[in-house]
Write a protein that binds this ligand. Sequence first.
Ligand SMILES: CC(C)(COP(=O)(O)OP(=O)(O)OC[C@H]1O[C@@H](n2cnc3c(N)ncnc32)[C@H](O)[C@@H]1OP(=O)(O)O)[C@@H](O)C(=O)NCCC(=O)NCCS
Length: 318
Amino acid sequence: MAKIEKYEPGLEEKIMECWNNILEKDPITMEVFERKILLDPNFVNDGFLIAWENDEIAGFIINIYSRYPLFYQKIEKNAGWITVLAFKNDKEGLSIGRELLDKSLEWFRKNDKNVIYFSSYIPNYFTPGIDAEAYPHIYKILIEFGFEEIYEALAMDTSLWPKLTYPDNIESIVQRLRNEGIKFSFMKTKYLRPFIDFLEKNMPADWYRHALELLKRNRKNQIIIAVKENEVVGYCQFWNGEGYDWYSKGAHFGPFGVREDFRGKGIGTVLLYKCLAEMKKNGIHNAFVLWTDERAGRLYSRFGFNVTRRFKVMKKVL
Ligand SMILES: CC(C)(COP(=O)(O)OP(=O)(O)OC[C@H]1O[C@@H](n2cnc3c(N)ncnc32)[C@H](O)[C@@H]1OP(=O)(O)O)[C@@H](O)C(=O)NCCC(=O)NCCS
């Protein structure tokens, strides 16, 4: 039996060493650890459980629930999230995984949470769900504990170098949309309020947060909008990494949304094209989305995006 204890300040280096050994496809730096875990407003020390064996960290689990609302997103009172679970893929590892999950579910019960998700926590998820191919042992334990797949999220990647891939009728779509009064623009001061209104009415609170974070840093040239009669009807943005300078220019495409009554007209196609072209002009060689679905995936595939990982978003009702 491993000894399970809560996170204590000072253990970060040891935890990260274990993280990067076990979660080979998802390594992180200390900066990411700080920003996405320790500085998350919902984080509490006793939700982070660590398994010790012979004075070494052999696994851990991060449990979290919303203590504060995220802008206009209501708190899901009964919900909790496991954002990361790590243990080795061997017999001992599996038994550590079981102990960690046992303690995790006990922690959620104690905190009156009975709908538990893996690992789609907004805003600070690492991956939308479990990559069962990369971590079959973690997937196995989740199933064993009664977690069920609610949907599959796809990560997709494309190369912008040496040649951008895009549908060959872009110009005619732009022309058709122009005739309908729809034009495209980088974000400008005069569109700030229409854009914020559009996000509040049409998009999830986390996308609002994402856009606001870029705008607060005056990153207007990383947001492209579709406008009709001074109303914003669609947008997309791009950004960089996972550390403190995540908002700088980089290969991460999205979020990306078009107002529901304007979908299917080609607006998304033009936004995606303009954004990828802008990324390439900035010397960016690749683009990726971390969380999409089969339907939007069809659009991405027209720009050369291929599915690179599949994540099962899992749920358990206690
Ligand atoms: C994805 C989205 C931005 C595309 O914008 P759009 O203006 O409708 O796109 P276009 O008209 O240029 O292209 C249509 C393609 O978009 C995708 N699409 C259309 N409606 C969609 C929807 N409700 N959800 C997801 N994708 C959709 C499909 O791939 C469609 O191609 P198809 O007709 O061959 O199936 C828009 O549908 C949307 O806002 N969807 C909801 C949010 C979302 O899923 N964002 C992407 C997350 S990574």
